[in-house]
Design a protein around this ligand. Structure first.
Ligand code: F6P
Length: 361
């Protein structure tokens, strides 16, 4: 058994719904179950770089009210500023990873629970290895692309939000004889798109895992029209490329490239190919914010409790995960070496095809 008295918890990478439920679960389990002190680190690993360390002690009374229900993260987070290549005010870059481990030791932490996606968990793990930090990971990301877990925190809420958008688009599509195209997030994969498309009755779903042709999209929409229906619903993941295989990106104010806009490209192409009046909705960050769904709160709570229990058992360098209706844990090393695209032979793709949904191929 490890000697534990103080643990840290941080949220890293893009926010999503359910992070606060996970922070709450970590604090409640650690304080009520083990009598430890819990420190919430501000803005991901950034707080551990600051001196004094950017953090606040978490107490039970902080979680009496609304926190469980709140979107975002009460600790703050960031998805830029790689500590190994950290942008400095003078425009240069510095490796500040050692400062993070120093911050951990300065705070007297016995373990750190990092709530992040595969990218941020891999960065924190590297820092933990080189700086002697004891680490447990909790998976979160609306993209649901963390391997070895059926669900990452935030994903279910994102699908709920996107499905509600489709529910709202369908009546207006039908009223105006239109094709409505909904672009959803998913940096490298189509989990949100295909699940939303099935739940929301889409005719066409395009995901980056399946190459598409406009001919196939046109045929489907023409078949819908020929069958007497006056509207069409299309869902596309932001990571889908143009017909020439080019990613559609926008340049952020920080000069960084971000996905987004393939929906407008495809909307134009659908009108060209079918003559249908097409409107495009890019859902964007609404999928990340807002009230977490009950299931995300449940995953987050189960993950938080299990993460703290692992610390108590002295099991480190592991990520908690959800598999076959149970919380399990897997080596963090394995998580980093794998990814989790939509399974082309799995039940979801089979279901979509079985419903007659066009997947673009
Ligand atoms: O990885 C989560 C995610 O929401 C992606 O789906 C999306 O491409 C990206 O983050 C957006 O990042 P940002 O918040 O920097 O715009």
């Amino acid at each position: 058994m490890a000697e534990i008295g103080r643990i840290g918890v941080l949220t890293s990478g893009g926010d999503c719904a359910g992070l606060n439920a996970a922070i709450r679960a970590v604090a409640q389990r650690a304080i009520l179950g083990y009598g430890w002190r819990v420190f919430g680190i501000h803005e991901g690993t950034r707080g551990l770089m600051d001196r004094p360390v950017g953090c606040r002690e978490l107490t039970l009374s902080m979680f009496d009210g609304n926190v469980l229900r709140m979107g975002g993260t009460i600790l703050g987070t960031t998805n830029h500023g790689d500590p190994f290549h950290f942008p400095m005010p003078d425009g240069s870059y510095r490796d500040r990873s050692a400062e993070i481990a120093e911050g951990y030791h300065e705070l007297g932490l016995d373990a750190l629970i990092a709530i992040g996606g595969d990218g941020s968990l891999s960065i924190v793990r590297r820092i933990a290895e080189q700086g002697g930090m004891k680490l447990i990971g909790i998976p979160k990301t609306i993209d649901n692309d963390v391997p070895f877990t059926e669900n990452a925190i935030g994903y279910v809420t994102a699908v709920d939000v996107a499905t509600e958008a489709l529910d709202r688009l369908q009546p207006t599509a039908a009223s105006h004889n239109r094709v409505m195209l909904l672009e959803v997030m998913g940096r490298d994969n189509g989990h949100i798109a295909i699940n939303t498309g099935i739940a929301g009755g889409a005719d066409v779903i395009l995901i980056p895992e399946i190459p598409y042709t406009m001919q196939s999209v046109r045929q489907k929409l023409e078949a819908v029209r020929a069958a007497g229906r006056n509207f069409g619903l299309v869902v596309v993941a932001e990571a889908v490329k143009t017909e020439n295989g080019e990613p559609v990106i926008t340049l952020g104010h920080d000069g960084k490239q971000r996905l987004g806009g393939v929906g407008h490209y495809l909307g134009r192409r659908i009108t060209e190919e079918t003559g249908a009046e097409t409107r495009v909705t890019v859902l964007g960050h609404t999928q990340r914010g807002g009230t977490p769904s009950p299931r995300d709160r449940i995953f987050a709570s189960a993950f938080g409790v299990h993460a703290v229990d692992l610390v108590a058992q002295g099991k480190f360098d592991r990520m908690v995960a959800w598999a076959n209706r149970a919380v399990i844990d897997v080596p963090l090393r394995d998580v980093i070496d794998h990814n989790h695209p939509v399974d082309l032979n799995g039940a979801i793709v089979h279901t979509a095809r079985g419903l007659g949904i066009c997947l673009g191929d």
